[in-house]
Design a protein around this ligand. Structure first.
Ligand code: NDP
Length: 327
């Protein structure tokens, strides 16, 4: 038997989430069985735990879009019992049972070996949000980061916190946009050299081009904020668009692309091929200072998840929630 957070749907279509003891025979098919140690809470998890089931494809369901743990049994030649592994993406926690459980069974293709320098708890302090932040930084680097501060929107959230710490550690000046002025000290400690109030940027585009200000941008917010930022980028600079915490619409013009050569780079963490995932995790172990990562962590257990799911949907989570599934 093992413990898991199970989401069920009743005959009226109402969903509910509860911690249950379930048998090993209920694990889905897959080549690698993992003793999960840690998972985390991402925006998608909030949707899957919450009313209506969000992105859940089948019931009963175990959410948790990422996890880290130790291989228990493997039919995949790349993994053997005792190996430390991490999983993000591949619709685990949506279409397949995920990390809110003490055991998981998945395809070997979806895993990567934990790079040296990271333990399973640190890997989940990074989690999908931090992994995506690293993908965004790598995309900006591939297109060239220009002189000038790099803007990070939704800075106090999961993606924003990790992006801020990585960029600052790489020597970039980081300007963090936040709607929570009380997080200024936290963001400064992560390495932000400038705090920008959300309302300064989060307003409708008035002029398609403004002063050239940002050498790059990691955008976790989308919507009106992304539209406004496009017109503030330096010539040829890039915006890595990661999320839509502020809305899925994009009330922008094409002018920043035409007259400033701005690049809008879409970042998807879900379907990343193995080599990219391994490269990103290796860079995380190298470029993310572990003391800064510790400052982002809020510990939690399986029983805390329903409340935390509500918090993340309201944009009220600071940093990264690390779920100890054995806690
Ligand atoms: P968090 O909830 O931790 O952070 C989002 C942050 O955005 C908040 O903390 C807040 O930051 C800001 N924010 C929230 N609501 C608004 C609003 N209405 N207007 C402006 N700013 C707002 O989420 P994550 O960092 O984990 O994820 C951020 C986004 O990235 C989500 O949309 C998520 O779905 C997406 N995502 C995408 C991935 C991909 O593969 N592309 C992978 C992972 C996440 P502050 O308080 O500092 O203003």
């Amino acid at each position: 038997m093992f413990k898991a957070l199970v989401v069920e749907k009743d005959d009226d279509g109402k969903t509910s989430a509860s911690v249950q003891e379930i048998g090993l025979d209920r694990l889905p098919e897959g080549d690698v069985t993992v003793a999960v140690e840690y998972s985390t809470v991402n925006y998608k998890d909030g949707l899957c735990i919450g009313p209506g089931g969000g992105l859940v494809r089948n019931y009963p369901h175990v959410p948790g879009i990422d996890f880290a743990g130790t291989v228990e049994a493997s039919d995949d030649a790349r993994y053997k019992a005792g190996d430390k592994v991490v999983l993000t993406g591949w619709r685990v926690g949506e279409a397949y049972w995920g990390g809110y459980a003490q055991k998981a069974r998945v395809k070997g293709d979806w895993l990567v070996p934990l790079p040296s320098g990271l333990d399973t708890r640190q890997a989940m302090a990074v989690g999908t949000a931090g992994f995506t932040a690293m993908l965004a930084v790598m995309a900006l680097e591939d297109h060239g980061i220009k002189d000038g501060p790099v803007l990070v929107t939704g800075a106090a959230g999961g993606v924003g916190s990790v992006a801020t710490a990585i960029l600052a550690n790489l020597g970039h000046r980081v300007a963090g946009v936040t709607g929570r002025p009380e997080t200024a000290d936290y963001l400064t400690a992560l390495g932000a050299s400038q705090i920008v109030a959300r309302e300064e940027i989060n307003e409708t585009v008035k002029r398609p081009l403004e002063a050239e200000t940002w050498g790059g941008c990691v955008d976790a917010v989308g919507g009106a904020m992304l539209a406004r930022v496009l017109g503030q980028m330096k010539y040829g600079a890039s915006v890595a668009a990661v999320g839509l915490a502020g809305g899925a619409g994009l009330p922008a013009t094409v002018i920043p692309f035409l007259l400033r050569g701005v690049n809008l780079l879409g970042i998807d963490s879900v379907m990343q091929p193995y080599d990219n995932r391994l490269r990103a995790w290796t860079r995380i172990a190298r470029d993310l200072p572990m003391d800064k990562l510790e400052a982002m962590i809020r510990p939690a257990t399986l029983a805390d998840l329903p409340g935390l799911g509500r918090d993340i949907l309201k944009g009220q989570v600071k940093g990264r929630i690390v779920v100890d599934v054995n806690g």
